[in-house]
Ligand binder design. Sequence first.
Ligand SMILES: [Zn+2]
Ligand SMILES: [Zn+2]
Length: 172
Amino acid sequence: MPKTGGEASQGDRPAAARRQAAIGKNGRRGKRMGELANCPRCGRVFVRLPGQKVCPACAAEIEAEFERVYAFIRKKENRQATIYEVSDKTGVSVRQITEFIREGRIRIADHPNLAYPCERCGKALITEGRFCPSCKKELEEMTEQLKRALEARPEAGERYLQKKGRPPEKRP
Ligand SMILES: [Zn+2]
Ligand SMILES: [Zn+2]
């Protein structure tokens, strides 16, 4: 006849096992996630999880800013607003609004005047990418020139490295 004794100890075991499992899980997770990083927005140090760009406080602020911008441009009378007007009225920086557009959270197609300034000259307004056509052209030319200069004088780079590596010369 099987006895049903030892129930008390059986009752304890699952709890202990659960505790153990929890510790194991947390330990593993703790190892994988989180590296210390400086928040690029506020500069504070935070534990960055995969996929996180800014600290939780900044992420919450950015969400609040998005809500403000979105609430503003959603209104019919504001559909044609420029990025500067939106920034003025919502207190959200042109830079952050640009970020929303680039992330695809605000669609230029819905707001044709929401072009954002070129990252290089800051004057020309664009609807995609980072630079205006003329800056893009200049940057391409600069890259091309640099490439040509390096190709023409590959020894210049080598000489620089040699000089740096050489011990100081003794003078007679
Ligand atoms: Zn931050
Ligand atoms: Zn430009």
